[in-house]
Design a protein around this ligand. Structure first.
Ligand code: CDP
Length: 208
């Protein structure tokens, strides 16, 4: 079974995807971490994340094990990721890895922006997770404070709005729900409520 979970930053898709994977015993891939690693590698090599030749060369040289989870979750990585993610050569370089992961015998739960539309258009269940910009900004601020980082609230808001615009407006694999995706708005839900709603949808797909 392949479960595709897409949505904007801090919508709750990562938490939901991890919970579904654990609950159902299915391998999990956070595809955002691949784009984050490419963004950081581009900077480490002295390049610019918005420059197609720099970012594509980094994507082709990527070894995901060179990065720690803390490196990958930084705001620097998130912002660089949404720049390299708009470059077709970067997306092409990461596509084969993602499809190989999806094809393993135990199935896959994958979260990102284009899993249901581009990477796994034949996924068994597609969920598009959203929440209002205000709720997502508050979640990101809480996450940063819990990590002990100092937070400029206006900057978090501006960065997230800019990231939404870059992800939705790009010409290659823009952020949008697949036609057959279940839309899950988590603005007023906690993580367990989101899991219950998603599981009910997945079970309904298993029966068809
Ligand atoms: O956790 P958060 O939603 O903030 O970010 P993420 O899922 O780690 O993704 C970081 C960036 O990578 C996003 O802003 C997208 O631009 C890009 N991305 C993408 O284009 N396609 C994916 N399948 C996953 C991430």
């Amino acid at each position: 079974m392949i479960i595709a979970i897409d949505g904007p930053a801090a919508s709750g898709k990562g938490t939901l995807a991890r919970k579904i994977a654990k609950d159902m015993g299915i391998p999990y891939l956070d595809t955002g971490s691949l784009y984050r690693a490419v963004g950081l590698l581009t900077i480490r090599r002295g390049g610019s994340p918005a420059e197609p030749s720099d970012a594509t060369a980094a994507a082709n040289a990527l070894n995901i094990n060179d990065f720690t989870p803390d490196d990958l979750r930084s705001e620097e990585a998130g912002n660089a990721a949404s720049k390299v993610a708009a470059i077709p050569g970067v997306r092409a370089a990461l596509l084969a890895y993602q499809r190989t992961f999806a094809a393993q015998p135990g199935g896959a739960v994958m979260d990102g922006r284009d899993i249901g539309t581009v990477v796994c258009p034949d996924a068994s269940a597609k969920i598009f997770v959203t929440a209002s910009l205000e709720v997502r900004v508050q979640r990101r601020i809480k996450e940063l404070r819990e990590k002990g980082e100092s937070v400029n609230e206006q900057r978090v808001w501006d960065d997230m709005a800019a990231r939404d615009a870059r992800d939705s407006d790009r010409s290659v694999a823009p952020l949008k729900p697949a036609d057959d995706a279940f839309l899950l708005d988590t603005s007023a839900m906690n993580a367990d409520e989101a899991l219950a709603s998603a599981k009910a949808f997945i079970v309904s797909k298993q029966k068809t």
